[in-house]
Design a protein around this ligand. Structure first.
Ligand code: NAD
Length: 500
């Protein structure tokens, strides 16, 4: 019997009533293993109503209550790492070690949320005027929504909800319909940790569910992570409905390799960052910019390493790279490689037409490496989101940086060099939200914030870290006067209040 993934509303599983389901496929076998219920507007409304009801008490829960639940959730998450990773591999296809890494990076944000009392301490100025004190506090927003992509079905939701609920909000998650099971496992673990019913809810579905969340009058804020066109839609629609929005979009991340770089280390980093998780990472390196005369040597080293990567099912411990999420996506990725030569690229490795014995219906594609890619090529201009690495050549550092800064995306970028001065200049000049110096995937640790520039993020707040707390709270400043018991009232004064 096909497994069915339903909604989680008010602390329990709720069967989908729409009669509409989406298929969830095991990408390694191509087999539809699961049906996911698609929520109707009424079902979204029920989840928001449950969250709204829960907010009336959760907002007044003590910090000690909230953090003790989060500490228990952290322990449960730790104990269920393997199980979560297996769910992720079965629906996303990434290799088990990568899925475990995703859970670990999500757990990092739970750690941060366990320490929320420190972040919510507020500020106090005493005696700003005679017997007048000023306090600044931050309060929760209410019901907040999270809409997440397929490529990190556990980590990206955990970029959002631990901080949101730690700050006293209640949460409605709309996970990707392509790999929805991890979201329900997280809901069950939160319930087991003692989270009150309705504080965390999950509605499965597609555009119908998303658009209702964007318009719902009781949703105060929306966090989105996904592709740039949808991020734009989310930002525009939710903003038009008066909501606070952070919408993280797609990417084309460049790695600038200077002539003095350690080319062995640079080639290792380029292969790991371009082909890890089959390139389905928003922080994947998809363009290497080789500066000066090192291009041929660097491409040879990348090729040598890429040819050795073992592709296979994610649950086979010897596999280093798994399949792509769907057959349609695999075909789209392949189309960029097939069209590359006509667009002026040198095709060094062509991964199209690849398959794995015994798994012929899986969504396989091999590693592709394109050299001397012109900036006009579609393979360079678009986010491919697959195992395709473009190499571009630049004569000078300045030309390389100008090329990176001309990209409409600005998520992450990296420089490989032994020259500290050049690295320092790069980190100040480059137009991207996250910069690596000899680090190819500079995903910030939990207590810093994650986010790109330009078409990689719409809204003012990055995600998690201090920005996370700011996004999920609003500020209030309280000015109090407590006269000394011996004082008599000062009398009426119609002047504008002055401090003295
Ligand atoms: P996607 O934009 O297709 O989907 C993301 C979410 O939006 C899903 O929950 C989906 O159901 C919903 N959605 C899809 N189409 C919609 C529509 N027309 N209207 C309303 N909602 C819609 O993204 P994806 O394919 O799941 O994920 C891959 C993309 O996410 C890549 O572009 C990747 O770069 C990006 N991503 C970005 C970051 C980041 O931090 N910037 C992190 C991870 C992934």
């Amino acid at each position: 019997m096909t497994k069915i993934v339903n909604h989680w509303i008010g602390g329990k599983t709720v069967e989908g009533a729409s009669g509409t389901y989406g298929p969830v496929t095991n990408p390694a076998t191509g087999e539809v293993t699961t049906k996911v219920a698609f929520a109707t507007v009424d079902e979204v409304d029920a989840a928001v109503a449950a969250a709204k009801e829960a907010f009336t008490t959760w907002r007044h829960s003590s910090l000690a209550q909230r953090t003790s639940i989060l500490f228990r959730f952290r322990a449960l998450l730790d104990a269920h790492r393997e199980e979560l990773a297996e769910l992720i591999t079965a629906e996303h296809g990434k290799v088990h070690s990568d899925a475990l890494g995703e859970v670990a990076r999500g757990l990092e944000i739970v750690d941060l949320a366990c320490g929320i009392p420190v972040q919510l301490k507020g500020e106090l100025s005493t005696q700003v005027a005679t017997r007048v004190d000023v306090a600044a506090i931050r309060q929760p927003l209410g019901v907040v929504a999270g809409i997440t992509p397929f490529n990190f079905p556990a980590m990206v939701p955990m970029w959002m909800f631990p901080i949101a609920i730690a700050c006293g909000n209640t949460f409605v998650l709309k996970p990707s319909e392509k790999d929805p099971s991890a979201s329900l496992k997280l809901a069950e673990l939160l319930a087991e940790a003692g989270l009150p019913d309705g504080v965390f809810n999950v509605v499965q579905g597609d555009k119908v569910a998303v658009d209702r969340l964007l318009e719902h009058p009781d949703v105060a804020a929306v966090s989105f992570v996904g592709s740039t066109p949808i991020a734009r839609h989310i930002h525009a629609t939710a903003s038009a409905h008066g909501k606070r929005v952070q919408a993280l979009g797609g990417a084309k991340n460049h790695m600038l390799v200077l002539p003095d770089a350690d080319l062995e280390a640079a080639a290792d980093a380029a292969v790991s960052a371009a082909y890890g998780s089959a390139g389905e990472r928003c922080m994947a390196i998809s363009a290497v910019v080789a500066v000066g005369s090192i291009g041929d040597e660097l491409v040879a080293k990348i090729r040598e390493r890429a040819e050795k990567v073992k592709i296979g099912p994610g649950d086979d411990p010897s596999s280093e790279m798994g399949p792509l999420i769907t057959a349609e996506h695999r075909d789209k990725v392949a189309s960029y490689v097939k069209g590359a030569a006509d667009e002026g690229c040198e095709v060094v490795l062509d991964g199209t037409g690849f398959t794995v014995e015994g798994y012929e219906n899986g969504h396989w594609i091999g590693l592709s490496l394109l050299d001397r890619v012109p900036t006009t090529a579609k393979a360079y201009r678009d986010e491919i989101f697959g195992p395709v690495l473009c190499v571009l050549r630049a004569e000078t550092y300045e030309e390389g940086v100008a090329l990176i800064n001309a990209s409409p995306f600005g998520n992450g970028t990296a420089i490989f060099t032994r020259d500290g001065g050049a690295a320092r200049r790069f980190q100040l000049e480059v137009e991207a939200g996250m910069v690596g110096v000899n680090v190819p995937i500079p995903v910030p640790v939990g207590y810093h914030s994650f986010g790109g520039w330009k078409d990689s993020l719409f809204g003012d707040h990055h995600i998690y870290g201090n920005d996370g707390t700011h996004f999920y709270t609003r500020g209030k400043v309280i000015t109090s006067r407590w006269p000394d018991p011996s004082e008599t009232p000062a009398g009426v004064d119609l002047g504008f209040p002055r401090n003295h």
